[in-house]
Design a protein around this ligand. Structure first.
Ligand code: NAG
Ligand code: NAG
Length: 324
């Protein structure tokens, strides 16, 4: 017995170290990471290791049936909490939807049990905001792309960069440092939004850029979903199209597959720090498009429980653009 314990205490740490090193090498290659100095690399490796431990523990619980989603190390594996927070950029100044701009959706209409706008060809490929806090711009163009498709029959990726660079000033957004979809919609109503081809994504460094040109597709305005009303959100998704939403992203960083439940996150406005696009639902969950690349989560998407008490605030600041 004594020998057994000795062998274990000596071997286990060594084995762990080896596999951490291997995972680290693999991580660096896969995500093209390089560091300025050995000191910097050591700091990053320490962050990476503590993330691996946390993810292992979570997945252990997942395997035991105590968690509803699995985690995986990804491009964020070497970021500090502070660095990750900078990518979360839904501004705080929008109050929960309750005003006179609410969507008026017919109460007597039956909606399908399941909706998935991807299957109808209304959703473009998953974008990647990289180090720019531009979730709000990706969410906004996703919603506009679908409305243009439904009206015109053509699906054309629109430019998040155009909104990041130009929807500032009187439109209150702060480029890569944050914004709101409703502000992006007002900008698009007044100035239009160009296509991704005309105005490609450049803010991968997280640095702000100058507004280069304006124009493109215009919308007539936007509508909001009554805060917290998941029925109204479902109706809007079914009858209107993909809907822009804010979420509390506290469980999303290393999300891999599964459904995030209410117990994992908060739904009040002050906790919402990220924006995404609801593209469909089933009876049990919302299907949400993220902007962290197609290798993140479920091919770039995640799922939140539906009718579970406004999971992660999915229905707190939901809105969509209107086209005449
Ligand atoms: C609408 O469709 C036409 C042709 O089908 C296309 O040329 C045009 O670019 C589309 N408009 C938008 C805003 O996508
Ligand atoms: C958008 O524009 C409308 C009309 O000009 C205005 O009432 C509304 O407050 C604007 N929305 C935001 C979020 O500023």
């Amino acid at each position: 017995m004594k020998l057994f314990i000795v062998i274990f205490t000596v071997l286990i740490p060594t084995i762990y170290c080896l596999s951490d090193q291997e995972e680290w090498q693999q991580f660096k290659t896969q995500h093209g990471k390089s560091y300025r100095s050995l000191l910097e690399e050591k700091r990053r490796f320490d962050i990476f290791k503590s993330n691996l431990r946390m993810i292992d523990e979570h997945n252990q619980r997942f395997n035991n049936g105590d968690e509803t989603f699995r985690m995986k190390i990804n491009q964020f594996g070497d970021l500090s909490d502070e660095e990750f927070r900078q990518m979360l950029s839904l501004q705080k100044d929008q109050i929960p939807n309750s005003g006179d701009n609410l969507a008026l959706l017919d109460d007597n209409v039956d909606i399908p049990k399941e909706v998935d706008w991807r299957a109808k060809g209304a959703v473009t490929a998953v974008g990647n905001q990289v180090y720019c806090g531009g979730c709000w711009a990706f969410s906004a163009v996703g919603a506009i792309e679908a409305q243009v498709f439904l009206k015109n029959g053509t699906l054309e990726p629109l430019s998040a960069q155009n909104l990041l660079d130009c929807a500032k000033g009187e439109y209150h957004n702060l480029g890569c440092r944050g914004g709101l979809m409703v502000n992006a919609f007002n900008y698009t109503r007044d100035h239009g939004v160009l296509t991704e081809k005309e105005y490609p994504f450049k803010s991968d460094s997280g640095k702000d850029k100058e507004c280069k040109k304006q124009g493109g597709v215009k919308i007539s305005g936007y509508k909001e979903i009554l805060a917290g009303d998941e029925q109204a959100l479902a109706k809007a998704v079914a009858l209107i199209g993909p809907i822009s939403v804010g979420v509390d992203s506290s469980q999303l960083k290393y999300y891999d597959v599964g459904v995030i439940t209410k117990s994992h996150c908060k739904s009040e406005r002050r906790y919402l720090n990220h924006a995404a696009l609801v593209v469909g639902y089933t009876e049990d969950y919302w299907i949400v498009k993220n902007s962290w690349g197609k290798y993140w989560g479920e091919n770039g998407y995640f799922r939140l429980t539906r009718n579970d008490g406004n999971t992660c605030g999915v229905a707190t600041v939901a809105s969509y653009p209107t086209l005449d």
